[in-house]
Design a protein around this ligand. Structure first.
Ligand SMILES: NC(=O)c1ccc[n+]([C@@H]2O[C@H](COP(=O)([O-])OP(=O)(O)OC[C@H]3O[C@@H](n4cnc5c(N)ncnc54)[C@H](O)[C@@H]3O)[C@@H](O)[C@H]2O)c1
Length: 381
C-alpha cells in the first residue's frame, strides 16, 4: 500500500477530524494508499499536543505554513482555515507542488476561487479537490446509484439543503464564521452551500439561473468579552434555480436551502428528487433510511422506507448490519481522495471529492445569488 505523507494547515475542528480518520485507517480494507500525518501547522500552538498523541509519525509542528510547505517529506496538504486565508494558502500549497484537499468554500469569493483554480491549471501534476462528505453516507450512495440509472422518469423537482439550528440562540458568542471579513459576503452560502451542491453538480444538474432570498436574522451577538459585536453575515439562504435535465433536455426546479437558523435541526443534510416514475428522499436526521416511491398507474402511491446498512463505497471491517455516522463519512471522503489520487479516478462516479470545476460553479451560483438578493431579480448564470 502506498503511503501519502500529509501536512495539515489549520488544526481546529476539521483538522482533528482528518487526523482521527487517518488514525483508524486500518478500518478500511481495500485501499491502495494510506495517509501518514507528518506535519501540522496552526497559529494556535495549544492544539499541537493532541496531534502529537494522535499522529505517531508527526515530526514537524509550526505556526508558519511556509515552513510546512518547505518540508520535503510532505506530499499532500489538507487546509482547514478561515475563508479569508484560502486564496493565499491554497495557491501556496499548489505552487509548492503538494497535492491539496482544501476546505470549502475554496476561496472567500469568486475572484479568490478563480485565482486558486488558475494556479491549479498551471500545475496539472498536483491533485486538487474540495472537501464535502455527505454523499458518502451509504443511503446517499444508493440514491446516487438511482441517479446513474436514470430511475426517475421525468424529474419533477429536486430539493436539497443543509440546516443547523445552534444560531437560534441569540446569546451564542460570535466567531469567525459569523464575521464578513473572515467568512465572506456569502455568509451561509459559502459556509454550507457546497454540501448541497455536490450531488446535483456531479449529476450534471447545472443551474441556468437563480432567484435567491437571503436573511440576516440575528444582527448582533455577544463578542465573548462582555460586549456585543455586529453579526452581518447571511444566516439563511434559499436559492430557487432552473436546471435542464441532461438526460432528456427537460427543465426542472432545483431548490437549495442553506440555514444556520432552522429550529430543531442540529445537522440536517437532505435531498429529495421527485420524478414521474420514481421519487426518493433522504435526510441525515435518519441517515440510514432511504425513502422511495415507485409509481405505477392505477396503484396506490406509497413511500417505502428502506434501512440501508453499513455498505459504503470503500469497504471496511464493519459488518453491513451496523450503522454509519458522521465520522465514517469523513473517513470515506478521505478514502475517496486517496483512491482517486493514486488510481486516477474515483471508485464510483458519485464517490469522488468535489472537483475544481464544481467548486467554480458553486462560486458562480453564490455570486449570482448575492446579486439576486440585492436586486430582487432572477440572475442568469
Ligand atoms: N466539511 C465540513 O463538514 C466542514 C465543517 C466545518 C468547517 N469546514 C470548513 O473548514 C475550514 C475550517 O473550519 P473549522 O471549523 O475547522 O475552523 P476552526 O476555527 O475550528 O479551525 C481553523 C483553524 O485555523 C487556524 N488558523 C487561523 N489562521 C491560521 C494561519 N494563518 N495559519 C495556520 N492556522 C491558522 C486557527 O487557529 C484554527 O485552529 C473552513 O473552510 C470551513 O468552512 C468544513
Amino acid at each position: 500500500m502506498k503511503t501519502v505523507r500529509f501536512g495539515i494547515i489549520g488544526c481546529g475542528l476539521m483538522g482533528r477530524e482528518f487526523a482521527s480518520a487517518a488514525a483508524r485507517w486500518a478500518h478500511l480494507t481495500d485501499m491502495p494508499a494510506r495517509p501518514e500525518i507528518v506535519a501540522a501547522c496552526d497559529s494556535n500552538d495549544a492544539l499541537f499536543p493532541w496531534y502529537q498523541q494522535a499522529c505517531p509519525q508527526l515530526k514537524q509542528t509550526t505556526s508558519d505554513y511556509k515552513q510546512l510547505l518547505a518540508n520535503g517529506d510532505v506530499d499532500a496538504v489538507y487546509v482547514a482555515v478561515p475563508h479569508h486565508l484560502h486564496r493565499e494558502i491554497y495557491t501556496a500549497v499548489i505552487t509548492a507542488g503538494k497535492h491539496l484537499m482544501g476546505e470549502k468554500p475554496f476561496g472567500i469569493d469568486l475572484p479568490a476561487c478563480r485565482a486558486i483554480l488558475d494556479v491549479a491549471e498551471k500545475h496539472p501534476q498536483v491533485f486538487v479537490r474540495c472537501s464535502s462528505e455527505s454523499p458518502f453516507f451509504p443511503a446517499m450512495q444508493s440514491l446516487c446509484a438511482m441517479i446513474e440509472r436514470n430511475e426517475f422518469g421525468r424529474i419533477i423537482e429536486v430539493d436539497c439543503g443543509f440546516q443547523h439550528s445552534s444560531d437560534l440562540d441569540p446569546y451564542k458568542p460570535i466567531n469567525w464564521k459569523r464575521m464578513i471579513e473572515f467568512c465572506g459576503e456569502y455568509g451561509v452560502l459559502g459556509d454550507l452551500g457546497m454540501h448541497a451542491c455536490h450531488v446535483p453538480f456531479r449529476a450534471g444538474w447545472r443551474p441556468r439561473n437563480v432567484r435567491a432570498i437571503l436573511s440576516d436574522i440575528v444582527k448582533q451577538r455577544p463578542d465573548g468579552k462582555g460586549g456585543t459585536a455586529p453579526c452581518r453575515t447571511w444566516e439563511n439562504g434559499t436559492m430557487l434555480c432552473e436546471v435542464t435535465d441532461p438526460v432528456n433536455g427537460e427543465p426542472f426546479p432545483l431548490t437549495m436551502k442553506l440555514q444556520r437558523i432552522a429550529p430543531g435541526m442540529r445537522n440536517n443534510w437532505y435531498i429529495s428528487i421527485m420524478g414521474t416514475k420514481t421519487s426518493v428522499r433522504w435526510s441525515s436526521v435518519h441517515c440510514d433510511v432511504l425513502e422511495v416511491l415507485q409509481y405505477e398507474s392505477g396503484k396506490a402511491q406509497g413511500w417505502q422506507q428502506i434501512q440501508t446498512g453499513y455498505e459504503p463505497a470503500h469497504k471496511t471491517i464493519t459488518g453491513n448490519i451496523f450503522q454509519f455516522g458522521f465520522t465514517d463519512s469523513i473517513q470515506q471522503m478521505w478514502a475517496a481522495f486517496l483512491y482517486e489520487l493514486v488510481e486516477g479516478k474515483p471508485i464510483a462516479h458519485f464517490a469522488g471529492c468535489v472537483r475544481p470545476e464544481e467548486v467554480l460553479l458553486s462560486h458562480r451560483l453564490f455570486t449570482a445569488a448575492l446579486q439576486s438578493q440585492r436586486e430582487s431579480s432572477v440572475v442568469a448564470l
